[in-house]
Ligand binder design. Structure first.
Ligand SMILES: Cc1cc2nc3c(=O)[nH]c(=O)nc-3n(C[C@H](O)[C@H](O)[C@H](O)COP(=O)(O)OP(=O)(O)OC[C@H]3O[C@@H](n4cnc5c(N)ncnc54)[C@H](O)[C@@H]3O)c2cc1C
Length: 416
């Protein structure tokens, strides 16, 4: 195969992998994995680090049949790993089903997103990996292994094998409306953080850190759930936007899902960005840290102390809530979490010292970095913050004794 994607989506990582393959059948994929010395999957390449790189070959699963098979009685779907959420969601919706939550963009693959514990927002919503109830895994020798409810293997960073399909838990399809509110003083969160975050199915807070205030609050309500007792407007003194907004200052709201309270399908409102447009700012880097939600307000204060350092290299910061899960390498493992996300300017040299500063400020709260974004957290700190990391390393040794699926990122971050 001669096609080669040389960089990730953001363009900040040039892949070193020598070979790139795009098999069109499962048996072709199995034979490829069996004969490769080193191989890793490149999905939609939306990670901001070298996670998807390989010292040997990269493989894309986009050429495998895009199968989706729904078991209505069991409310699960078996889904080809290469599908994006945009492709999957309309097919589930047509069968009357939905996924409980989605990330800010539907462009990413199901397998890449779940491998890194990608998440949306909602105090009662777990990350997207928590929907995985089964995996079909092509192991190092090319065999196909079925894993059921494997808490240790769902967030796998590509280090256990090649996932060829996933079984996802479904819920009945639902409708959502979203509204954007503007200009909420940060101090409101001192007493009302929980009220704000629990006021709807999914809540995202945005700030550019140029002042101690939220620039926007995105409220996504399920239409089949009674509205909470939190006032609709004026909303904690924030003002409802009167026209559509983009969270990144200056970017066109055309790229965003419909707002102004217009009802729509779950997959057309839960993400901020529409699949037919470039998501977010485009020209950017991203970092994100998840920590126990009980520390949300002190962590906000810690970031507010350095906002003069954050603001010059920041496009936007988003604060979300994610419910606890049982997945070993999930940043939300056994803790209800708050997620502090940073969309930076695309200048790695200018951003790196600020990333390190933000990590120092958040360190007292035990932040777990998003595996797919820019971070400098040393391996020892990751080990201290992920109590099941030693168990995951045992899994890696068992599934992949020769290190076929390892790369520089795995060595640096996990130490294997
Ligand atoms: C604009 C933008 C917005 C984002 N918004 C969010 C957000 O709202 N929430 C959030 O949590 N994250 C967000 N992210 C981060 C993104 O969700 C993660 O980086 C995710 O992993 C990207 O998925 P991908 O399909 O592009 O995976 P890739 O980056 O291609 O791969 C990620 C990892 O998964 C492995 N992998 C992928 N498929 C397989 C497979 N089939 N078998 C084995 N290993 C596999 C790869 O080897 C790699 O290690 C965003 C990223 C961008 C660029």
């Amino acid at each position: 195969m001669n096609v080669r994607l040389r960089t990730n989506w953001a363009g900040n990582v040039a892949f070193a992998a020598r070979d790139f393959y795009r098999p069109s059948s499962l048996s072709e994929l199995q034979a490829l994995v069996a004969r490769s010395a080193r191989i890793r999957v490149l999905a939609t390449g939306h990670s901001f680090n070298d996670l998807a790189d390989s010292p040997g070959a990269q493989v894309s699963l986009a050429g495998l049949p895009p199968e989706v098979s729904v078991d209505s009685a069991a409310s699960v779907a078996r889904v080809a790993a290469g599908l994006s959420y945009a492709e999957l969601a309309v097919r589930l919706d047509a069968r009357g089903f939905a996924l409980r939550n989605l990330a800010s963009l539907p462009h990413i693959s199901v397998s890449g997103a779940t491998a890194t514990a990608t998440h949306g927002s909602g105090t009662a919503n777990q990350n997207l990996a928590a929907a995985v109830v089964g995996l079909s895994l092509v192991t190092a020798d090319g065999d196909l292994m079925e894993l059921d409810r494997a808490d240790g293997a769902v967030v796998h960073l590509g280090a256990l094998g090649v996932v060829s399909s996933l079984t996802l838990a479904l819920v009945p399809a639902f409708e959502v409306s979203q509204r954007v509110y503007e200009n909420l003083p940060l101090e409101v969160l001192d007493d009302r953080f929980t009220d704000v975050m629990t006021s709807a199915y999914s809540v995202s807070l945005f700030t550019d850190w140029r002042a101690p205030r939220l620039t926007q609050v995105w409220i996504k309500r399920r239409l089949d759930v009674p509205a909470s007792s939190v006032p609709e407007a004026p909303w904690f003194t924030a003002t409802p936007a009167t026209s559509p907004r983009h969270p990144v200052p200056g970017a066109s709201p055309d790229a965003c899902t419909a707002q102004l309270g217009i009802p729509g399908r779950w997959y057309d409102r839960l993400p901020h960005f529409r699949p037919e447009f470039k998501p977010s700012a485009g020209d950017e880097l991203q970092s994100e840290y998840l920590l126990p939600v009980a520390h949300a307000v002190p962590a906000l204060h810690a970031l507010n102390q350095i906002r003069d350092r954050l603001a010059p290299v920041l496009r936007i910061c988003e604060i979300r809530a994610v419910a606890a899960d049982q997945l070993w390498l999930s940043p939300c493992y056994r803790q209800d979490s708050v997620a502090f996300h940073f969309t930076w300017i695309a200048d790695a040299a200018a951003v790196r010292p600020v990333v390190m500063l933000a990590e120092r400020q958040l360190a007292p709260f035990g932040p777990r970095p998003h595996w797919g974004k820019v971070f400098t957290t040393p391996r020892e700190d990751l080990r201290a913050r992920y109590e099941r990391l030693p168990d995951f390393l045992d899994l890696m040794r068992r599934f992949d004794p020769s290190g076929k699926f390892r790369n520089a990122y795995i060595a640096r971050s996990l130490g294997l």
